[in-house]
Design a protein around this ligand. Structure first.
Ligand code: 5AD
Ligand code: SF4
Length: 444
């Protein structure tokens, strides 16, 4: 029996894609390997967003080749596949830098894995690369999705037309496409029947969703959320990642009306400075962003926000950076992701003058993160004593420990038996740090 191992780098969309690839492989008769050296087929699902992420793939591939050679010495073949955004962006580099890779597929063509594996078994020693942006959707060719447990991702939209000047996504994931409404509802029901009580709708620009309905009409994310809210057995809905300029009143109303929609929204601003936002080609100012946050808070006062930030974008001055800190002070994010600007070949910002020194980027990142962490810690501390419904998703490091998530995406650790895995349990929060909470089952 052949065994597979998938290593996932990068974002939640890659986690979703890896899961769909696992379903393809299991349908072909593969079983999951418990460790990498035990696998006959290893797939790296790669990320190209920042230089570090892409370089990590190539260095991990070097180590993987050593394993392939060791296995070959004991008479075992290993097929190495590379999928995801690095393939799309660096297809010319792969054969040169990692000639031992057997096949490489972009994020839009991994549905071809069965056919590629058949080709490899016929003809040894060839590298098969497919980075076409296909006219048809991979979703029409993938086998039915399967539930991943209590919480499942569901891709509803892919690609991006925003072309922020720092970002590779429009080049790696292609232009924006939305899956049809009925296809999504069908997948959602399948996941719920398989045991998922929470669905996290994914898209690079999820709130620009405009999928076709059964009657041929285009529908937006608000419509889709209302339809999903009606699914029996589904308890929680999230969506990520949203683009501020595409938050409309209908979507805001969903946060007021839909009980299943969690009170947490990831809404990246990237920078608080209007001149930097303009240079980033973002279609919003910091003032417009703050207005949207106000409207959302008015619709649902219990909403908590998170964001992505980039420090050290070309031309960022001290006062631009101060403007970012000001936004953080106003919004008081309950969680956030912040990065040093990474110069990506092929993006307009890579060619901009006034690139910021590494030392300055590092200093700004530290200042920003300290501020972000202070709000995150404050929010977590305020959770102490509260009772929160927690969906337990994984086992903890210690025996008898489970880790789950609160409605606000806080990680909560608890001493609980595994019968609570994939269940929503009311927990009283007893302790809090910047990154996690501890709790006990309500009534114990
Ligand atoms: N450098 C640093 N951060 C980046 N991101 C995207 N491109 C870059 C880059 N070139 C960040 C943005 C985005 C998140 C997914 O990654 O903040 O929202
Ligand atoms: Fe990249 Fe901007 Fe599109 Fe987000 S909105 S994926 S940052 S281009």
């Amino acid at each position: 029996m052949k065994k597979y191992y998938i290593k996932t780098f990068g974002c939640q969309m890659n986690v979703y894609d890896s899961h769909r690839i696992a379903v393809i492989l299991e349908n072909l008769g593969f079983k999951p390997a418990t460790s990498l050296p035990d696998a006959d087929l290893v797939i790296f699902n790669t990320c190209h967003i920042r230089e570090k992420a892409a370089e990590k793939v190539f260095s991990d591939l070097g180590r993987l080749n050593l394993i392939k050679e060791e296995r070959a010495a004991s008479g075992k073949d290993t097929i190495i596949g590379l999928v995801g955004c690095v393939v799309q962006a660096e297809d010319q580099q792969i054969a040169k830098r990692s000639p031992f890779v057997d096949f490489a597929l972009g994020p839009l063509t991994y549905h071809r894995i069965p056919e590629i594996l058949a080709q490899i078994s016929r003809k040894k020693g060839i590298t098969l690369i497919d980075t076409e942006f296909p006219a048809e959707s991979k979703f029409d060719y993938l086998p039915e999705n399967k539930s991943e447990g209590g919480c499942s991702f569901l891709a509803i939209q892919e690609g991006c037309n925003n072309f922020c000047t720092y970002c590779v996504v429009p080049y790696t994931r292609g232009i924006e496409t939305s899956r049809p409404v009925e296809e999504i509802i069908k997948e959602a029901k399948l996941l719920v029947e398989g045991g998922s009580v929470e669905l996290n709708l994914l898209g690079q620009n999820v709130n620009s969703y405009h999928g076709e309905d059964a009657d041929g009409k285009e529908r937006n994310l608000a419509y889709l959320l209302r339809r999903l809210n009606e699914i029996d057995g589904l308890k929680r809905i999230r969506y990520t990642t949203s683009y501020p300029a595409d938050v409309n009143d209908e979507l805001i109303a969903c946060h007021r009306d839909l009980p299943k929609l969690m009170p947490y929204l990831h809404l990246p601003i990237q920078s608080g400075s209007d001149s930097i936002l303009k240079a980033m080609n973002r279609r919003h100012t910091s003032g417009q962003y703050l207005e949207i946050i106000d409207k959302l808070r008015e619709a649902n006062p219990s909403l908590g926000f998170s964001s992505d930030f980039i420090v050290g974008f070309p031309g960022e001055t001290d006062s631009d950076f101060e403007a970012t800190l000001d936004v953080v002070k106003k919004v008081k994010y309950i969680q956030a992701f912040s990065f040093k600007y990474s110069r990506r070949a092929g993006t307009p910002a890579a060619l901009m003058p006034n690139q910021v020194e590494e030392k300055v980027k590092k200093e700004r990142l530290e200042i920003l993160q300290n501020l972000l962490f202070s709000y995150q810690l404050k929010f977590n501390k305020e959770s102490i004593g509260k009772i929160m419904p927690v969906l337990f998703e994984i086992k903890g490091r210690h025996k008898g420990q489970l880790i789950g998530r609160t409605p606000y995406m806080q990680n909560l650790h608890a001493e609980l038996g595994k019968e609570y895995l994939n269940k929503i349990v009311n927990m009283r929060v007893t302790e809090a740090t910047t990154n996690s909470l501890t709790g006990i089952k309500e009534g114990e």
